[in-house]
Design a protein around this ligand. Structure first.
Ligand SMILES: [Zn+2]
Length: 430
């Protein structure tokens, strides 16, 4: 089940997207109060925007815009909205996203071709280990996608390893939809209860929410930890509520595939100029076929790289590499650009490190500095030296690293808002 357009040439894909773009501009110019006002303010005539390059003349939309003008993004009367979901805003209040019946159909199609991309077929049964409700879009999207694909699904929901294993052994699902760190919990439960992982019947996992791969597509520490013990295929998928679109790996596992009928992709630098091929940029998206809340040039804040060479699976659509980090957390350190997840990965290679916190601050000349505080029970005198060497070889930089009491790290990690623990404390002035 590969949509024809994904096997077409890069030129044909571009022409196809430009046709869809013109339709979208007509649509938002007529129905979106937000974009109509934006076009008027910038004296933009949509008849002059015909190519993907022309798209760059339209100002970008930020998460703050979406938050501050939430209602004026809506293109349909409220009674056309079937499903209301929310996504976290940047200013505290959640942003509401509404979906029409047509949007739910589009979402189903998106997930169906995404699952098919990962090699899932009509004989497969998927076990959903994430929540279906709580105003989230994802769980419902998975359910609709599996239904559209013609496969089966068991909605177990989040947590409860015992119920997850009871379900695996009773219904014999072939794939899990799961947050990778929860896979570790399932493996631990299996160990403690003498369940043989090799007899589980699970062939693979669709992994959401946490990165599993390095930029060269090899498994990161978390991914490797899972694979060392459980021989299943790990497929990563990247999606967000605002995009209403997923980028899921195919069986070649070389990045998340772009579905050209659903979304336009740009990767932009700090000055909102397209980055050169192979360079990292912020993902900026334009949704296609969305009725209720279409978005033009929405800045996701996620930094990544695009891969445009044809994929062994037969698709010519571009692939997105793993999220390197959040744009806001970009660190410019001694001539290198890096993101906190890369620091996490390097630290996770040391089992002796019990806990850590990464502090980012500006030095007296205003450039970025990294200070890592670790807690360890190890008395080995060379531990710090080994960690520094590891940073130098993996990331080409050596931040300041100090050993602190575990209580101090715990206090730093418990954020003031009392939500989940933080591992990055950004003290840089904005
Ligand atoms: Zn592929």
């Amino acid at each position: 089940m590969i949509p024809e357009i994904e096997k077409a040439s890069a030129t044909a894909i571009k022409t196809f997207q430009e046709e869809k773009l013109r339709e979208l501009l007509q649509y938002v110019n007529t129905l979106s109060p937000y974009y109509r006002k934006l076009f008027r303010k910038h004296k933009l005539s949509i008849s002059k925007i015909n190519t993907l390059e022309d798209l760059q003349r339209i100002p970008t939309t930020t998460k703050d815009d979406l938050q501050q003008h939430n209602d004026s993004f809506l293109c349909v009367p409220k009674n056309q909205i079937v499903d209301f979901v929310t996504t976290s805003g940047t200013l505290g209040e959640p942003v509401t996203v509404g979906l029409t019946d047509g949007d739910l159909e589009r979402l189903a199609y998106n997930e169906a071709i995404s699952f098919a991309c990962a090699g899932i077929g009509t004989d497969d049964i998927l076990q959903l280990t994430t929540t279906m409700d709580r105003r989230f879009m994802a769980g419902l999207a998975y359910f609709l996608g599996v239904r559209k694909l013609g496969a089966g699904i068991i909605r177990v929901g989040a947590g409860i390893p015992e119920l997850q294993w009871d379900t695996i052994l009773k219904f014999r699902p072939t794939y899990l939809i799961v947050v990778p760190s929860f896979l570790l919990k399932l493996m631990q439960y299996a160990r403690e209860n003498e369940i043989a992982l090799s007899d589980s019947g699970i062939k693979g996992a669709i992994c959401i929410g946490e990165p599993l791969r390095n930029p060269d597509f090899s498994l990161n520490v978390l991914g490797q930890k899972i694979r060392d013990e459980w021989d299943i295929e790990l497929y990563t998928t990247y999606a967000s509520t605002e995009m209403s679109t997923a980028f899921t790996e195919c069986t070649a596992q070389q990045g998340g595939h772009h579905h050209p009928e659903l979304i336009i992709v740009e990767l932009l630098d700090e000055n909102e100029r397209p980055v050169d091929d192979g360079k990292e940029g912020e993902l900026v998206i334009t949704t296609l076929g969305v009725e209720a809340m279409p978005l033009l040039r929405f800045k996701t804040g996620d930094m990544m790289t695009a891969h445009r060479e044809p994929c062994p699976c037969g698709r010519n659509s571009l692939r997105l590499g793993p999220v390197l980090g959040r744009k806001k957390q970009m660190i410019k350190y001694k001539g290198t650009t890096l993101y906190p997840p890369a620091l996490h990965n390097a630290l996770n290679d040391f089992p002796e490190v019990d806990s850590f916190v990464i502090e980012l601050y500006h030095n007296n000349i205003g450039t970025d500095e990294i200070r890592i505080k670790i807690a360890t029970k190890s008395t080995a005198t060379n531990l710090l030296a080994r960690i520094k060497d590891h940073f130098r070889s993996k990331l080409r930089v050596t931040p300041t690293i100090t050993v602190r009491p575990i209580e101090e790290i715990a206090r730093l990690r418990s954020s003031k808002l009392g939500r989940k623990p933080v591992s990055v404390i950004d003290l840089r002035a904005r």
